[in-house]
Design a protein around this ligand. Structure first.
Ligand code: CDP
Ligand code: MG
Length: 741
């Protein structure tokens, strides 16, 4: 197919794809709504509509499998699998036959790189093997890091089941703001960020006999920093075993970094996967994904479907679309169980995806990147890959970071396809063209360390006594300017002195497992002028769950918006969030109240947990628990003390520009300040969709900036015009604009 194209045609198609796809990432909601409306109008029978929209796929190539179709005897069918007890399942995993060899290798070498296909049993089995072999004697623990919270929780729960322990006893997990371990815990799963924090209390990790840095190929920021730190402590702790475990990617690179450590390869068991590409680019990948699911469901033999989407919001939308369409199809189709999985999903819902599919039914799992390598779900035969993921992007020049929907890398796309061939031959439907795959996707994902703000990590390394960051042992060093900017920001926040050394304030800030701007805000709240620690803790907790506080179901959008607007208080979104929390507390944390006010109860519970933890930390660094609920000026000044970097000003033309870099930014239509448009704003974060939107904004006065950050702002930068508020720039009301997002 590709070969047939003329040079000219390919060029044309390239452009087309780029525009359409970037458009798809951004405009999906608008496009879908238009389609939905058109359908409502026509009242066409839904089944026919699906067929109308049928997406044409072209089969292009086959993923190499190590097992040919005819070697059927190795295949483990769903039924067989169900018959097996958990013990038998363990024995059927590809890693099992290598148990003795693996243990021998671990005994022999201090550092070992372990490489194996996703699902071969690395994460769940290796810690158990080590436990059985006695590595947890003498009160030592085995630590296993995961880049994702969901994976840490779900894997720990699975291993506890396999070992017949209660989760939190011998087997536990620890993620930020949630510690499910006890004195008895010997197998500890944790996020990579949590192990990093453990260095603060135990710089040689002396309570551990083995550290497993798992899913190393994900190359998250924290995993990358861990590489340097564990490599260092392994030198003076010869008794510590270090295992670096990864999917079939990058093993040589890891080996090289760890002084040519040997690589232990677990032979893969992968069935062939047929790859299909769309014939033409898809303008709306969410819609295309939904159509493809139904197409597969109606036309393909049994086997579950896995769809890769970019985040919670998208997953919920796809879920609703699928529910709606399958409902309309009714008994014309077999049962389709729609199961979402993403980080904020409550754990009882998460475990549902692992339950076997009932006979005659089909599961469709709507997942984020988490299902790429961190979680293995059995029974998947079909993968739908729109080719996008959400990624941090950071501009080291302006210091602006935002989350963006980005095309995946080839390596990612192939991992995704591989999910279809774990237990039998499968199919992967890519919602992009073969040309795009070949010419537009990067080979590998750029490690996070090279595209993110390093403030947090630099503060942590500084508090570990690592002063020379330029010469830190990075596997791939971050860009020089990013490091410098992080140092500058920490200096501006007062965490470092002019020699780059940690200050007393910086040391206290490092105690909090949050962004330095947030910890600065917490510490500023104790100042005698503000005395609003209680309020700031509430705001911090609410910000940490911010995007899931308000519930906005499709069929009750107007009610939900009214309910949200009822919480608005002068000052801005931070104050509004505080108001929500306080009202909820007055109802004694009522679920009913949440329901009536379109508030997500589980987000509120999580905010309460976060708040409790922060309160504990506040005690530890001896901050006085003050309260000043009615003085929103004091509260907003404390916020400014942490976030003075995130300042935007309304200019004469009616646009917001960031103060330091004059970048155009917009108030998000959901904000309480969308219509007020005060002259000076602090924003919590920027999110890039169609434009750079500021999410969670609070009104400030320019004089406060001089009060809280005199070293950072010069008077001249903060000159103000005469009128306090500017006229509205757009003639549109909030309602008109909100509908688009
Ligand atoms: O780490 P790796 O990708 O090598 O595999 P794993 O996560 O240890 O998973 C091995 C097997 O455990 C999977 O194939 C699943 O059958 C099972 N598993 C499960 O049922 N539930 C989980 N939460 C995790 C794993
Ligand atoms: Mg794993």
């Amino acid at each position: 197919y590709v070969e047939d194209e003329t040079e000219k045609g390919m060029n044309y198609e390239q452009k087309h794809w780029e525009e359409e796809h970037m458009g798809a990432a951004i405009m999906k909601f608008g496009a879908r709504d238009a389609k939905a409306r058109a359908k409502e109008k026509n009242k066409v029978k839904e089944y026919e509509v699906i067929m109308d929209e049928e997406i044409e796929f072209i089969q292009a190539l086959q993923m190499p499998g190590t097992i040919k179709d005819k070697d059927k005897k190795d295949e483990v069918s769903d039924d067989d699998r169900k018959q097996m007890s958990m013990e038998e399942t363990r024995k059927s995993l590809p890693i099992y036959p290598f148990k003795e060899d693996l243990i021998a290798a671990i005994r022999e070498y201090q550092v070992l790189i372990i490489e194996g296909e996703t699902g071969s049993g690395k994460t769940t089995q290796i810690p158990q093997y080590l436990y059985e072999t006695g590595f947890t004697k003498d009160d030592k623990k085995i630590g296993c890091t995961q880049p994702r919270r969901v994976a840490a929780m779900s894997v720990a729960s699975r291993v506890a089941q396999e070992m017949r322990f209660k989760l939190g006893n011998e087997v536990g997990y620890s993620i930020r703001f949630e510690d499910c371990t006890s004195e008895r815990t010997v197998l500890k799963y944790m996020t990579d960020g949590m192990l990093l924090r453990e260095f603060l209390g135990e710089p040689d990790l002396s309570s551990y006999s083995v550290i497993i840095v798992d899913e190393a190929h994900e190359r998250t920021l924290h995993t990358d920093i861990l590489f340097g730190l564990v490599k260092d402590i392994a030198r003076f702790r010869p008794d510590l075993k270090l295992l670096i475990s990864s999917a079939t990617l990058d093993a040589e690179k890891f080996s090289e970094f760890f002084d040519d450590a040997p690589i232990f390869r677990i032979p893969g068991r992968r069935f062939p996967v047929d790859i299909y590409y769309t014939k033409a680019p898809e303008a709306d990948y969410l819609d295309a994904a939904v159509v493809s699911v139904l197409q597969i469901h109606c036309s393909q033999p049994e086997g579950d479907i896995l769809v890769f989407l970019t985040g919670q919001e998208e997953i919920e939308t796809a879920n609703e679309m699928l529910q709606e369409r399958t409902k309309k199809l009714g008994s014309k189709i077999r049962e389709l169980m729609i199961l979402p999985i993403y980080a904020n999903l409550p754990s009882d819902m998460q475990s549902k995806i692992f339950e076997p599919t009932p006979p005659g039914a089909r599961k469709v799992i709507l997942a984020t990147n988490i299902a790429e390598t961190s979680l293995t779900i059995d029974g998947i035969k079909y993968v739908i890959d729109p080719g996008f993921c959400k990624q941090d992007s950071y501009n080291a020049r302006t210091g602006m970071e935002s989350l963006m929907v980005t095309p995946v890398s080839k390596a990612s796309a192939n991992q995704r396809a591989g999910r279809a061939g774990r237990t039998s031959a499968g199919k992967c439907f890519r919602l992009y063209t073969a040309w795009a795959y070949k010419n537009e996707l990067e080979d590998n994902t750029i490690p996070e360390i090279q595209r993110t703000n390093l403030g947090n990590v630099v503060l942590m390394l500084k508090s570990l006594g690592i002063d020379d960051l330029i010469h830190f042992d990075f596997m791939d060093p971050p860009p020089h300017e990013t490091l410098v900017l992080a140092l500058e920001q920490l200096y501006a926040l007062g965490a470092l002195n002019h020699r780059g050394e940690l200050t007393k304030l910086g040391r206290r800030m490092a105690e909090f497992p949050v962004d330095p701007m947030l910890s600065k805000m917490i510490l500023a709240s104790e100042r005698s002028k503000y005395k609003c620690c209680k309020e700031i803790l509430t705001i911090t907790a609410m910000l940490s769950v911010n995007n899931s506080v308000f519930y906005r179901p499709k069929d009750k959008m107007v009610h939900a918006d009214t309910a949200r607007q009822n919480f608005f208080l002068p000052g801005g979104d931070h104050i509004t969030l505080m108001n929500v929390y306080n009202q909820w507390e007055e109802t004694a944390h009522s679920t009913q109240w949440c329901y009536e006010n379109f508030i997500q109860h589980r987000s509120m519970k999580r905010a309460r947990d976060v708040r409790d933890q922060l309160e504990g930390l506040v005690e530890r660094v001896e901050i006085e628990m003050t309260s000043n609920p009615s003085d929103t000026i004091a509260i907003r000044k404390a916020i400014t003390a942490g976030f003075f970097y995130h300042t935007a000003r309304l200019d004469k033309s009616g646009n917001y520009k960031t103060v330091k870099h004059h970048q155009t930014v917009l108030v998000h239509p959901n904000s309480s300040l969308y219509e007020d448009r005060p002259r000076w704003l602090i924003y919590h974060e920027l999110v890039f969709t169609t434009k750079e939107f500021m999410r969670q904004v609070v009104e400030i006065e320019n004089s406060w900036l001089l009060e809280v950050a005199p070293h950072y702002y010069k008077n001249r930068e903060l000159q103000d015009g005469s009128s306090k508020k500017m006229p509205k720039a757009t003639g549109k009301s909030r309602e008109e604009v909100t509908r688009k997002y």
